[in-house]
Design a protein around this ligand. Structure first.
Ligand code: SF4
Length: 508
């Protein structure tokens, strides 16, 4: 037992507080730690001052994200009391060099694939006996139920990556891909649906490669068919982070065959110039990428396509950037994230000569975003008058200059992934957690406004809601029990033209 923990002594009322930084995969791991600690009889505390165990699930993907992780840990260490322990988990401790950057005073470190040991670590820190509830747990094999699940939930189906993109630290942080067995994925989704979740979002570093380590030849398509068959009550199933691969063709065929598989393809392409793609160690056949896009559009005419690009990669010329610009103009994606290249220690790209000046990279990013914003606005406007299925996720309110306040509901359509794409605002209170049919009545460059079809026809909007719709004004939202606040403040757009968060990743 540590001196610090000894000062507190074992307590049945001990509570924990988890700060999650970084991506959706980290959030799932935090949910797993939350589950295991609750199994030990501990309570979750929403404020660090109310907890004895403070956990920071760090992000180590970019320098800025690591700095944020260090800052959060230092803040907790400065404020902590004698009865509190601080544990650093997640990606940062898995990076050999960066582990040294973890501030002194942290009581324990857990690497990204050790989160399932959290119960043992806490038991050890407090001098407690064995923790039989975690016996047999092992990272990707651990199936857990979540607390406070909302209408939508991420489900991590694999961890790690078998690629070696020249700019990416993930393979050195995570190691090779390991996949969760189909049975465990399905159990998790069954549990989520039983708790009211309407949308499961499958995530991994490279989702399309799911199951390769389990000997599955067509892992993701097979998994999708199993989920659809065994969880017929799940209305929405979405996949994120589909690395461009010939297997995508087969996956699209399966998607097109089932209504629950949302026609949404998130395929990071990173560039459209073959020389730059080769330097990135990415799939360099743009013809193949076009084939995947064409196939998705042919099979799913309503498909919404999201992709990400990196500009300012070492050696990227003006001509190569213009190739990318033309590709974006030609392909008319629905959602695009654009990132300026950031050299990361230990990656092959960081050793490349011919860096692009930062101001040129920013100019290229802005130029690409400008082109894309016009495309997105045009596409959104084309939706006005159409009826969409919307998952209502939260209730909020909108206020005019005179201080009049009215309720507004917030949701997403099939074409919107959580956190990164647009939202649908609906004047009035809609049932949170339900899927509703709504007619789009206004469209902005990111978000849509919609009404129940009968109201849309009569245009019976309230005065405040009408003004807000016209102006595309953001709403102040209040949290609704049972609805995750995730996305409620829209902190990130994955390069969608608004401030890009520290931990946003351009990978996969
Ligand atoms: S960018 Fe994605 S696919 Fe490439 S190495 Fe990183 S995690 Fe893997």
């Amino acid at each position: 037992m540590t001196d610090r923990a000894a000062a507190a002594g074992p307590s049945p009322e001990r509570a924990f507080h988890i700060v999650t930084l970084g991506c959706s995969k980290n959030r799932v791991d935090s949910d797993g730690m939350d589950h295991l600690l609750r199994q030990r009889g501990m309570a979750a505390a929403s404020r660090p001052e109310d907890a004895q165990v403070l956990i920071v699930n760090t992000c180590g993907f970019l320098g800025a994200a690591r700095a944020e992780s260090v800052g959060v840990i230092e803040g907790l260490l400065q404020e902590r009391r004698e009865d509190q322990v601080v544990i650093a988990a997640g990606c940062m401790p898995a990076l050999g060099d960066y582990k040294r950057a973890i501030p002194d005073g942290v009581d324990r470190v857990l690497t990204t694939r050790e989160w399932y040991k959290i119960g043992d670590v806490v038991g050890e820190l407090f001098g407690e006996a064995e923790t039989p509830e975690t016996a047999g747990c092992e990272g990707m094999l651990t199936t857990f139920s979540r607390r406070d699940v909302g209408p939508s939930a991420y489900v991590k189906i694999a961890d790690g990556c078998d690629h070696n993109c020249a700019f990416c630290t993930i393979p050195s942080i995570k190691g090779r891909q390991i996949s969760k067995r189909p049975l465990h994925v399905i159990q998790e989704i069954v549990d989520l649906v039983a708790q009211g979740t309407k949308e499961a979002v499958l995530v991994a570093q490279d989702t399309i490669r799911y199951g390769a380590d389990l000997g599955m030849k067509h892992g993701l398509p097979q998994l999708l068919e199993m989920i659809v068959e065994q969880v017929p009550t799940l209305p929405w199933l979405r996949m994120l982070y589909i690395y461009p691969s010939p297997l995508t063709l087969r996956m699209v065929d399966v998607m097109a065959a089932h209504d629950a598989l949302l026609p949404y393809l998130d395929m990071p392409i990173q560039h459209a110039d073959e020389t730059v793609l080769r330097a990135m160690n990415r799939p360099s056949s743009v013809a193949m990428t076009r084939r995947l896009i064409d196939h998705a559009r042919a099979k799913m005419p309503d498909v919404a396509m999201r992709t990400t690009f990196i500009v300012g990669y070492p050696g990227e010329t003006d001509a190569q950037f213009r190739t990318l610009l033309r590709f974006v103009e030609e392909q008319e994606f629905d959602h695009v994230g654009v990132f300026t290249y950031s050299p990361e220690d230990g990656t092959p790209a960081a050793l490349l000569a011919d860096p692009v000046p930062a101001e040129v990279a920013v100019e290229r990013r802005n130029a690409l975003m400008e082109v894309q914003q016009a495309i997105t606005l045009r596409k959104n406007r084309a939706l006005v008058g159409r009826t969409l299925e919307v998952l209502v996720e939260a209730l909020g309110e909108v206020e005019d200059e005179a201080g009049n306040v009215e309720p507004v509901s917030v949701g997403r359509a099939r074409r919107h992934a959580p956190e990164v794409d647009g939202l649908v605002f609906i004047p009035g209170a809609q049932p949170v957690g339900e899927l509703v049919k709504l007619e789009v009545v206004e469209a902005g460059p990111y978000d849509l406004w919609a009404l129940p079809p009968e109201e849309a026809r009569s245009r019976a909007r309230t005065a405040v809601g009408h003004a807000a719709m016209r102006e595309g004004r953001a709403v102040r939202r209040r949290r609704v029990p049972g609805a995750r606040s995730r996305g409620a403040t829209r902190p990130e757009r994955r390069g969608g033209g608004r401030p890009v968060p520290l931990a946003t990743r351009a990978g996969t």
